[in-house]
Design a protein around this ligand. Structure first.
Ligand code: BGC
Length: 740
């Protein structure tokens, strides 16, 4: 099955590439969005009409989501027993299933979903790498092209964006999110939602809620989240996504404070539908309804189905549980028909608002022309360039200067056979990804030699191929570029780790490379922040990426050679050791703060408190300085706002982008407040020597916090405002919040 699948993909890839070259035409994207006013009212009437005609089995069918692969039964579509499918990516196959739905009695089209997490045909950096651009417009464009390519293949729904906040890099899925911060996470969530839906696919914001806080970073593990933290940290990115129009949501696998999220009526119904007014549907995660048995809250699948539906799960992803048990539960009177009708209404509503009843079916012959267009690849390149983080650059090792006449590129990851992608092996028409040695050669002067040694048998670096050859080549060069990191099974879902070192034998290689005495530039492609304490102390420079995608190695070569000035910033703190975790910038103060690092202060006796690379950190080939932090007025009422400005100077000799960050702190309030909280950022490009005033509007309403009852209040008092290029900045101004 697997290899058969790969062959199909390979053939398809070749065909698509050839087609794209021959017919570089573009089709118009089909933006999707909630309709309003009379159009929305007309949709509700059409749903009323359909509900009247539907049999019980047809209703349940709309809630049944099944996927391509073993056990998939197209006759369920033909008999009106399946309303949604997933993992179909080949346009001809998408057409076949959609056509099957259109021949049913009521001709209700399928919603066709896919994890188009960071690309469909063109691959963008992993979402964490997109977040490290700190550029919402660029992130929106990446999502737009992902949505547009997927919708060109007939897909109309994506299981993204994942907006789970995570402060624990042991969790393998941090790569799918935007890191540790509620504000950055919300900006990114909104940008990605807008982008995907503008590109033509409905989003399913996930995983509602708390999945990123699994105990010890172990996937699917329980979470314990106090109400105040749930509202201040975990819920805001979801809210931002819904406000940006997300049409669906996905419930989480985990138990939240003892109740599985898949059966959490408080979250799914009271908060989401009740307080937030969400009108779309909620899908379960993969098999998470039947997992309610294993969570220990359902005796059997029938009870699991009942509990999930009554809690507010409208669609059963890959569980077959609604399909098998829901009709009987309704007949037995344990699930009211009204509850079933509401769930069906929400699914149909999304289908109508998506325009699926009117949307022409995919044209398999036309689809390839929209894959890997020049425009999409340009966005992929820019996202990879602007998300790469220069974490260390001793003695201006980078960019590679004129004195360097030979470069050794070491590491199998530098020349991949293929790029790891989320949808693999479902991805469509991928192009071979650029190799780093070749990309460097193209950019360096002709008299600079570039040698390459993979050192390992595979990109994941679990075993050596020829270590000695790698060391010999490295020792004979002026600069060593070692491309290492996490690949294969070391990242993603189900890949929690307790050691955050370089997997396999990569550390051994790195130490041997450093022992040559030649400057080592460590280029990392990982799925999470690793513990880089040794590397930080021993290598000359570190350029961190979170797998850059189709154009990733071109972007790295652009930065190493100075064609592009790095501007990525840390979206998730890098710990110094696993024992420090969780480490994040917006922690609360303690009564025993670290002052002189002595006993009975809140410190570790064997480790620093601070992150190795804190949130917001990232170097540039130029330097930026800050002056004149100021507010437009010294005080503002609780419903007012103030303009905050600061003069930012590019004090170096190269043009560069700076991520200007605004943090606040309320030093005295009725509850302890974090030592810093991000409330704004901007990413201007400043020419060498240029000074620019960067302005932010700060709303008093955004400066409050939730209490344990879930109440949000903004309290009068002083607000310290910090401006600068990382969460550690000390450039400060102040405003006072007044009662009136
Ligand atoms: C993941 C979801 C994903 C789903 C479908 C699950 O295991 O948790 O995020 O959308 O699979 O692939």
């Amino acid at each position: 099955m697997g290899s058969e699948r790969k062959n199909v993909n390979h053939l398809l890839r070749l065909a698509l590439c050839a087609f794209a070259v021959l017919f570089p035409l573009t089709l118009s994207a089909q933006e999707v969005a909630w309709k309003t006013g009379p159009e929305a009212a007309a949709i509700e009437r059409r749903i009323d009409g359909l509900l009247k005609q539907m049999t019980l089995e047809e209703k349940v069918g709309q809630l049944h989501l099944s996927g391509r692969g073993d056990g998939f039964d197209i006759t369920q579509i033909k008999s009106g027993r399946m309303g949604a499918v997933m993992n179909f990516v080949v346009p001809a196959e998408v057409l076949e299933v959609q056509k099957a739905a259109r021949t049913t009695r009521l001709k209700i089209p399928l919603i066709i979903g896919l994890d188009a997490v960071h690309g469909f045909s063109t691959y963008f950096p992993l979402p964490l790498g997109q977040a490290s651009t700190w550029d919402p417009k660029l992130i929106e464009e990446a999502a737009y092209w992902t949505g547009r390519e997927a919708s060109a293949a007939g897909i109309n729904w994506t299981f993204a964006p994942m907006v789970d906040i995570s402060r624990d890099p042991r969790w393998g899925r941090v790569l799918e999110g935007a890191g540790e911060d509620a504000y950055l996470g919300s900006v990114v969530a909104a940008a990605r939602t807008r982008g995907y839906q503008r590109g033509g696919v409905a989003t399913s914001v996930k995983h509602f809620v708390g999945y990123g806080a699994g105990e010890a970073g172990r996937d699917y593990n329980s979470t314990w989240i106090p109400t105040s933290q749930l509202f201040d940290l975990h819920l805001p990115p979801f809210k931002a996504s819904f406000e940006a129009g997300s049409m669906t949501a996905m419930a989480a696998f985990n138990a939240l404070n003892g109740l599985p999220a898949t059966a959490h009526r408080g979250m799914l119904t009271d908060l989401l539908r009740g307080k937030w007014g969400f009108k779309g549907f909620v899908t379960s995660d993969f098999g998470s309804i039947t997992e309610l048995r294993l969570h220990g809250i359902a005796r059997d699948d029938a009870e699991a189905a009942r509990k999930a539906l009554l809690a507010g799960i409208d669609m059963d992803m890959m569980g077959d549980v609604y399909h098998k048990h829901l009709a009987a539960e309704v007949k037995a009177g344990r699930v009211p028909m009204k509850a079933l009708d509401e769930a069906v209404r929400r699914v149909l509503r999304v289908k109508f608002h998506l325009g699926l009843f009117e949307r022409p079916d995919v044209d398999p012959a036309a689809a390839p022309a929209l894959m890997q267009t020049q425009a999409a690849r340009e966005v992929a390149l820019k996202a990879a360039q602007d998300g790469a983080m220069l974490l260390k650059n001793a003695n201006e090792t980078l960019p590679i200067g004129p004195a360097v006449k030979s470069v050794a590129v070491i590491g199998a990851m530098a020349r991949p056979e293929d790029e790891r992608v989320w949808t693999d092996p479902a991805g469509l028409g991928r192009r071979v990804v650029q190799a780093l040695p070749e990309a460097l050669k193209e950019r360096l002067p002709a008299d600079v030699s570039v040698a390459y040694e993979p050192a390992f048998t595979k990109a994941c670096g679990t075993e050596f191929a020829d270590k000695d050859a790698a060391i010999r080549t490295a020792a004979a060069s002026d600069v060593i570029v070692a491309m290492l990191g996490e690949d294969c099974e070391f990242m993603g879902e189900g890949a929690s780790r307790t050691k955050l070192d370089l997997p396999g034998v990569q550390q051994e290689l790195l130490e041997a490379l450093v022992a040559t005495g030649k400057p080592v530039v460590l280029v990392l492609a990982t799925g999470r922040p690793l513990v880089l304490t040794w590397a930080d102390a021993h290598v000359a420079a570190i350029l961190q990426t979170f797998h850059g995608g189709t154009e990733g190695r071109n972007a790295i070569a652009d930065i190493l050679t100075g064609k592009v000035n790095p501007s990525g910033r840390v979206p998730m703190s890098f710990p110094r050791s696993v024992g420090q975790i969780p480490v994040y910038y917006d922690h609360l103060p303690t009564g025993r703060p670290q002052k002189i690092r002595q006993r009975y202060e809140s410190i570790f006796i064997d480790e620093a408190n601070e992150a190795l690379y804190p949130f917001g950190h990232g170097l540039s080939y130029t330097r930026f300085s800050y002056a004149n932090a100021r507010v437009s007025k010294p005080a503002m009422p609780l419903n007012g706002s103030v303009e905050v400005s600061v003069d930012v100077t590019n004090a170096g000799s190269r043009d560069g982008q700076e991520v200007v960050q605004l943090y606040i702190r309320q030093p005295v309030a009725s509850r302890s407040r974090p030592v810093r909280e991000l409330k704004g950022f901007a990413k201007p490009m400043l020419r060498a020597g240029e000074t620019r005033t960067v302005r932010f509007k700060l709303d008093a309403a955004s400066l409050g916090a939730h209490d344990e009852a879930g109440r949000y209040t903004v309290e009068p008092g002083d607000i310290e405002i910090y401006l600068g290029g990382s969460s550690l900045t000390s450039v400060m101004t102040q405003v006072t919040l007044t009662k009136s």
